[in-house]
Design a protein around this ligand. Structure first.
Ligand SMILES: Nc1ncnc2c1ncn2[C@@H]1O[C@H](COP(=O)(O)OP(=O)(O)OP(=O)(O)O)[C@@H](O)[C@H]1O
Length: 317
């Protein structure tokens, strides 16, 4: 279901849409599910007119039958495989991450979660020439992306690649939910949320039911985004506690037991030494054999060198 707009019915004028928005009736689905009398009172229309609008919405969203072979053809055409550009990682992921999936990377501070998100972003924008939306709760780091792009392909048009990446700051989980429904979201083949755990930190102390229902809503919005717009959604999550000292067990993801069932693919990131990292597939609902891991190196350079070099190559930035 889409965001409510004037195009749905001439009765839904901009002032009425504002009234609905103020009551958190944002999408056609919200509208259809809301009580007829209450909506009629809210926007000053007859109940019969409200029912008519609901019928129009339902008719427009009615599913039509489609032969299975045609459906398969459509799915194949719409599917994009998002790759990291690191052979070991892409091989471990059976060639990459197909669109329509919700993926989580979790790990301890400094374990390479952001680095993986940036690596996927840089490769998708530069080598796969697809657009990426990077929703961040901290600083946007275009310099790190440029550094990765140089390591992927030295002689490419990096500025062109950077233009395909849209950074947005997210302040809270409510803003995130609004962003996920924005019409522009359909353009992206990769949507990164770095980090989802940070957005849930402030409400961790709230009532358990409130936090779970919010998490439930975010989970369904993220899955809808991945499936409806055929993109990969990558969420970054922290850990709530590290492995017990002296053991090799995997730490627990921060968002808790309910969230663990949500992603299609869960990766655990670990910093081994200097530029060496490890990724482990903790959960993959499409593979009978979870548990593969791989170690690989990121290409790092001194920040000062990178800054000076970029200044000489891109003096106008
Ligand atoms: N240019 C660089 N040179 C050397 N090391 C780097 C460079 N960029 C990142 N690193 C290292 O890579 C590691 C991973 O960084 P990253 O930002 O991905 O961590 P993270 O898991 O997202 O951590 P956090 O949860 O604190 O945000 C860190 O140890 C960091 O010091």
């Amino acid at each position: 279901m889409n965001l409510l707009s004037e195009s749905i019915s001439p009765l839904l004028t901009s002032d009425k849409l504002e009234l609905l928005k103020a009551h958190k009736i944002l999408t056609s689905l919200d509208f259809v599910q809301y009580n007829n009398d209450k909506i009629a009172n809210l926007i000053g229309q007859n109940v019969s007119e409200i029912i008519k609008i609901k019928d129009q919405i339902l008719a427009a969203n009615n599913s039509k039958s489609l032969r299975a072979d045609k459906l398969y053809e459509i799915i194949l055409k719409r599917t994009t495989i998002i790759k990291s550009g690191i052979d070991m990682v892409d091989k471990m992921l059976d060639g990459g991450i197909p669109s329509g999936r919700l993926v989580e990377v979790f790990g301890e501070p400094g374990s390479g979660k952001t680095q993986l998100a940036l690596q996927l972003t840089a490769n998708t924008a530069l080598k796969q020439q697809q657009t990426v939306c990077y929703l961040t709760t901290s600083d946007a780091n275009a310099e790190r992306i440029l550094e990765i792009m140089h390591s992927l392909q030295e002689d490419a048009d990096h500025l062109n690649g950077l233009e395909r990446i849209h950074f947005c700051y997210v302040n809270d989980v409510y803003q995130l939910m609004e962003m996920l429904w924005a019409p522009g979201m359909r353009e992206y083949k990769l949507v990164v949320i770095d980090s989802l755990a940070t957005l849930f930190l402030p409400i961790r102390g709230d009532s358990f039911n409130d936090a779970i229902s919010l998490l439930n809503k975010v989970a369904s919005d993220l899955k809808r985004l991945a499936v409806v717009h055929q993109c990969v959604v990558l969420t970054v999550n922290h850990v709530s506690r590290g492995p017990a000292e002296g053991t090799a067990s995997t730490p627990t993801p921060f968002l808790g037991r309910y969230w663990c069932s949500v992603p299609n693919l869960t990766l655990h990131s670990k910093h081994l030494s200097k530029d060496e990292f490890q990724l482990t597939v903790v959960k993959n609902i499409y593979s009978p054999d979870p548990g593969p891991k791989c170690s690989f190196r990121y290409f790092f350079r001194s920040r000062v060198d990178v800054k000076n070099e970029f200044k000489s190559i891109y003096p106008h930035i």
